[in-house]
Design a protein around this ligand. Structure first.
Ligand code: SAM
Length: 295
């Protein structure tokens, strides 16, 4: 049976105004009507025109379009982003020799479809676990794609799952999308991620939605957390106190990439920044001294 999606199931859409916005004086029902008409892109259009839909170019889009297993719902612009972020892991963990198959944890199982698709994408050797708070998701627990039931903000649960996986290279947080849950998972799992691994939080549009604990530039929502970690990436360039997440970024994060509704943290032990001069004459090289100093 074809699943039905209605805006009623996504009441937050078009509905999250800043706390003191005067538009709040307009009745919610009217705001919703207005927003449905004018405010948001029609995110449901692809359900209504499946047959004539062409996926964006790329392997993941191709697999997504041809997926015939359990239900998955992804924003279309994520499909090429997944290729950009995950392509390098398809033949195993970069830098391991011989290439060790990757270990991935997906937070948020829902109907089990995305676990199936990750299996297709990463191949039979990969370890792919899913976790979900909803006990009904235990129905999708299989030997290929084990599913464990628990909350993404429970440190003991997450640590146990990672131990069972034998370590972790990739995390995809597609769970509750609530700010404090996203932060909790990041704080627990990012330090556990293997060197060269990647931690991806998706649906970060909710970082701007009040009902998810978000808001534009609101402290503690995941986009703001990632921004403060950017300061950690550049810590060598200034003096000043930084928080624990920025501190982690200053030593263990190689890059933080922002996309529309996705943030990705790449784990990489940082090397002390240093310049090196090459080319030119010896005299030129001697006279062109680097001026950077580490803090
Ligand atoms: C957006 S759906 C996941 C969709 C799935 N990844 C896919 O692409 O088809 C979000 C899932 O997160 C689960 N969830 C909500 N809160 C959670 C929490 N605190 N810990 C773990 N999972 C949670 C929900 O039960 C739901 O199944």
């Amino acid at each position: 049976m074809r699943p039905t999606f209605s805006r009623k199931r996504f009441p937050e859409l078009g509905n999250d105004l800043p706390r003191f916005d005067p538009r709040r004086l307009i009745p919610l029902s009217l705001r919703r009507k207005f927003n449905q008409r004018f405010g948001h892109p029609d995110i449901f259009k692809y359900f209504e025109s499946d047959s004539d839909w062409t996926p964006p170019a790329g392997e993941f889009g191709e697999l997504y379009a041809n997926h015939s297993g359990r239900l998955i719902m992804k924003w279309v612009h994520y499909l090429p982003i997944y290729d950009q972020l995950f392509e390098r892991y398809r033949s195993g963990m970069p830098g391991s020799s011989p290439n060790r198959p990757i270990r991935m944890l997906e937070i948020g199982v829902l109907s089990g479809g995305s676990l199936e698709l990750w299996r297709t994408y990463f191949g039979p050797e990969a370890t792919i676990f899913g976790i979900d708070i909803d006990p009904a998701c235990a129905a999708y627990d299989t030997p290929e794609n084990p599913v464990r039931i628990g909350s993404q903000d429970d440190p003991e649960f997450l640590t146990r799952v990672v131990a069972e996986m034998g370590g972790i290279d990739i995390v995809l947080d597609d769970g509750s999308h609530i700010a404090k849950h996203q932060r909790a998972s990041l704080d627990i799992l990012l330090p556990l991620l293997n060197e060269g691994g990647i931690y991806v939080v998706e649906d970060t549009q909710t970082a701007y939605w009040e009902s998810y604990g978000g808001g534009l530039r609101r402290r503690g929502q995941i986009v703001e957390v990632a921004k403060t970690m950017v300061d950690g990436l550049n810590k060598w360039a200034y003096r000043g106190r930084i928080g624990k997440r920025a501190k982690l970024a200053s030593t263990e994060i190689g890059s933080i990439t922002f996309f529309d509704s996705i943030v990705a943290f790449r784990k990489a032990t940082r090397i002390a920044p240093a310049t090196r001069i090459t080319g030119g004459s010896e005299q030129e090289r001697r006279s062109w001294l680097p001026t950077y100093r580490q803090t």
